[in-house]
Design a protein around this ligand. Structure first.
Ligand code: GLT
Ligand code: MN
Length: 346
């Protein structure tokens, strides 16, 4: 097997993570698969072979009935589960929201699924359960009472936290992943700021359990700067996990390879993570494009990994005292130039 990618001198977990969905069959909203779907557990060796240390999965991909088998397969490959997540976005029942559905029965099912995800994460020994806001939102004004919907989120997450605290205290943390739109026109928990606000509204007994899983492309889709979003999470002590990828402007969610569109900003982001001593998992949320052939399906992972390792090394070359001096001298353009110098190696 190929060597695993590791981030030199990173605190804590220094292997890289990727989702089993990252190497899907190549569908998009306008076209069916361009590749034979690979059975989920058969994706694990591909992910391991690509040099990844941590795999991530949804309950729809590795349901509770399959977690033992998945764990055994992963153990043999030396892979660990980095995060597990309930899929609230694919099931027709959650078409108008899971925890924020107007139907109390559906909200109950959402909370049950979330609790089951905690159980599955325990078996997989995943340190984090992520909640992505896929269907929580609205396409039509007044289809939901927004204030009520927010209270439902608070209530739902409090229930999940209570369960996680009882079942898995000290083993599992919960992280919410914001996104502003797609698949809904308007999504609740659209930004890091909203997620932090949500956490501030949770029962004080559970606030410590909750953090954020920011995704660089999601900030970009919102027209926000992902570096600031990550800094905000760090300032709040809430950076529990991170999804890296690239995004070519404000359009549909592309899940491009990390390092592809904004390498200078990506390097700066890594400077911030290094300075903060971030010790959690750095994972990719990328998507093998439908134009890639089956034999090259892992390119999306290896390209992202190599870019990350290279940029991580470049980030270490950034002399913090030079940055500090230029800040003091109020030389903003010179800072941009210095980062370019580090990036381009001159
Ligand atoms: C989905 C979404 C991602 C989330 C995944 C976890 S699902 O692919 O686009 O950003 O991280 O639920
Ligand atoms: Mn993501």
């Amino acid at each position: 097997m190929k060597e695993r990618y590791l981030l030199r001198d990173k605190k804590g977990k220094n292997g890289l993570g990727a989702g089993v969905w990252n190497i899907g069959p190549g569908t998009d909203p306008f076209g069916g698969p361009t590749r034979e779907p690979i059975p989920i557990l058969d994706r694990l060796p591909i992910i391991a072979e690509a040099g990844i240390t941590y795999f991530e999965a949804h309950d729809s991909e590795i349901p509770i009935t399959d977690v033992e088998a998945a764990k055994a397969r992963a153990d043999k490959l030396g892979l660990k589960c980095g995060m597990y997540t309930p899929s609230f976005f694919a099931e027709p029942i959650f078409k108008d929201g899971a925890m924020t559905s107007n139907d109390p029965e559906i909200r109950k099912i959402a909370v049950q699924n979330a609790k089951r995800a905690v159980d599955a994460a325990l078996v997989l020994e995943a340190p984090t359960v992520v909640f992505w806001n896929g269907r929580e939102g609205f396409d039509f004004v007044l289809a939901k009472n927004g204030q009520e919907a927010f209270k439902r989120l608070v209530d739902g997450f409090d229930q999940v936290a209570q369960y996680a605290k009882e079942r898995a205290a000290g083993k599992i943390r919960l992280a919410v992943e914001p996104k502003p739109n797609e698949p809904r026109a308007n999504m609740y928990l659209a930004t890091v700021g909203e997620v932090l606000y949500l956490i501030s509204r949770l029962d004080p007994a559970y606030r410590d359990l909750f953090g954020v899983n920011p995704e660089t492309a999601h900030s970009r889709i919102a027209g926000l700067d992902y570096l600031w979003d990550v800094e905000l999470c760090l300032e709040a002590g809430k950076l529990f996990h991170i999804h890296l990828n690239s995004q070519d402007g404000q359009r549909y969610d592309q899940d491009l390879p990390f390092g592809y569109t904004e390498p200078l900003k990506d390097m700066a982001l890594l400077v911030v993570l290094q300075n903060a001593g971030y010790d959690g998992i750095i994972a990719f949320d990328v998507k093998a494009p439908r134009t890639d052939s089956p034999e090259n399906i892992a390119d999306i992972l290896t390209v992202s990994s190599r870019n990350l390792v290279w940029l991580w090394e470049k980030a270490w070359t950034v002399d913090r005292s030079i940055l500090e001096r230029l800040r003091k001298e109020n030389r903003n353009t010179a800072i941009a130039g210095y980062l370019g110098q580090c990036l381009f190696g001159h």
